[in-house]
Design a protein around this ligand. Structure first.
Ligand SMILES: Cc1cc2nc3c(=O)[nH]c(=O)nc-3n(C[C@H](O)[C@H](O)[C@H](O)COP(=O)(O)OP(=O)(O)OC[C@H]3O[C@@H](n4cnc5c(N)ncnc54)[C@H](O)[C@@H]3O)c2cc1C
Length: 378
């Protein structure tokens, strides 16, 4: 593929060590975790011990003090290795940044080092059974009671849900105020009234524990609030471009890896006395795929370079989030087709990657919501 200029030598050294981590601690076990529907907590602690969690958080809070490039490398390697069960980057670069940006000093010192060691796994709970795309319609209610909030409501589709030790809950402190009533509050595992529901059965990402969470008069100190009351919507808007960039990076890496595997497979497999690769249909489809993936790679690396400078805006991140997953699901479907029946077998990587990819167009803001965001700026 193209020579990339966005990463430094240090990033590439880190890539090698993270690959070794995946080979040792993840790849031999991932198929079992897919059957179990969850990644064991020991793997999180192993990742913490080797510095792969909260790489971007300041060292004073137990993080690695590294730039976002190190996280981007991890996103790419997880995608390339097809190990969709690992919720590390959500924990490190979606959950932790809210605490870093909006948490009190006391909470940062309490939560972040435990998260960096992999002892406390982070989740963010926005979606509810009756609400996903329209965040301002959140129903989970947080009522102020002296120096506490009392939270009631339910959430669903929450990544790292079963394993979560800390959940950032998107609540409303003032339902009449719409988006101006949205408030983010941290809730720790074990707090009375907080319970975990089903580990949901999904079409793909089988090793990822995606869960329902319930809050029944859960009482937490006011200090667990992130920022001020009513600031949650603005905080979400501010943090979402990074999440969307990560989804786009995952799409690019997955497409590149699966293109390589499909080329290799079609050069091996024979039909009608020739290699599947030699049919013009195969070669043209693969040529189109390579050209499209290269074009997307240039764009997503451009987004990454902008993000390094703190200049990735909401619209540009939305374009990457729209284009990457749309292209990924289309191309992976073509690649699966070229594998024939073997493509539909879970022992072949393409089938798993295809199933895992489908949700990319849905979570982190659906493709339709991305189009809305882009269209608003036209
Ligand atoms: C595997 C997985 C992991 C997830 N992880 C998390 C997580 O960790 N935390 C979390 O909070 N959530 C998580 N989600 C939830 C995810 O973010 C939501 O499913 C997503 O935002 C869509 O919300 P919804 O499912 O309620 O769909 P809806 O909002 O009901 O949308 C249904 C359809 O209507 C379309 N639509 C909605 N609004 C518009 C509009 N204005 N214009 C045009 N079309 C529109 C949507 O695009 C979609 O096609 C996860 C979901 C999955 C499947």
């Amino acid at each position: 593929m193209l020579r990339r200029t966005v990463f430094t030598e240090d990033h590439e050294i880190f890539r090698e060590s993270f690959r070794r981590f995946l080979e040792k601690h993840v790849l031999p076990f991932h198929a079992q975790w897919e059957r179990d529907g969850i990644v064991p907590r020991e793997v999180w602690r192993a990742a913490g011990a080797e510095g792969f969690l909260l790489a971007g958080a300041p060292t004073e809070y137990g993080g690695g003090g590294a730039d976002f490039g190190f996280t981007a490398v991890m996103v790419e390697e997880i995608a390339r290795a097809n190990t969709s069960g690992l919720g590390f980057t959500l924990h490190s670069e979606i959950v932790a940044p809210y605490i870093l940006a909006y948490g009190t000093e006391e909470k940062k010192r309490d939560w972040l080092p435990r998260m960096a060691r992999g002892e406390m796994i982070g989740a963010i709970a926005m979606t509810e059974p009756g609400m996903g795309s329209d965040l301002k319609a959140v129903r989970t209610r947080a009522r102020r009671d002296g120096e506490h909030y009392v939270i009631s409501g339910s959430k669903t589709f929450i990544t790292n849900g079963q394993n979560s030790g800390l959940v950032i809950v998107v609540t409303t402190t003032n339902p009449e105020a719409g988006r101006k009533g949205v408030t983010l509050i941290g809730v720790e595992e074990g707090t009375p009234g907080f319970s975990k529901g089903r580990n949901l059965e999904k079409v793909g990402m089988h090793a990822q524990d995606t869960s329902e969470l319930f809050f029944d008069n859960v009482r937490v100190p006011v200090a667990n609030r992130l920022g001020e009351e009513g600031e949650g919507f603005r905080q979400l808007i501010h943090q979402l471009p990074q999440e969307r960039l990560m989804i786009a990076l995952r799409a690019a890496a997955s497409m590149e890896a699966m293109l390589e595997k499909t080329i290799a497979y079609t050069k091996e497999r024979e039909a009608f006395g020739q290699k599947v690769f030699e049919f013009q249909n195969t070669r043209f489809k693969l040529a189109d795929a390579k050209a499209n993936i290269a074009m997307f790679r240039v764009f997503v690396d451009h987004c990454l370079a902008l993000h390094f400078k703190g200049e990735l805006d909401v619209d540009t991140a939305a374009m990457a989030k729209l284009l990457g997953p749309e292209m990924q699901t289309r191309l992976l479907d073509d690649f699966l087709q070229m594998h024939g029946g073997y493509g539909f077998m879970t022992e072949f990587e393409i089938g798993r990657a295809w199933a895992d990819a489908r949700v990319q167009r849905i979570y982190g803001g659906s493709s339709e919501i991305m189009r809305e965001i882009i269209a608003r700026g036209l």
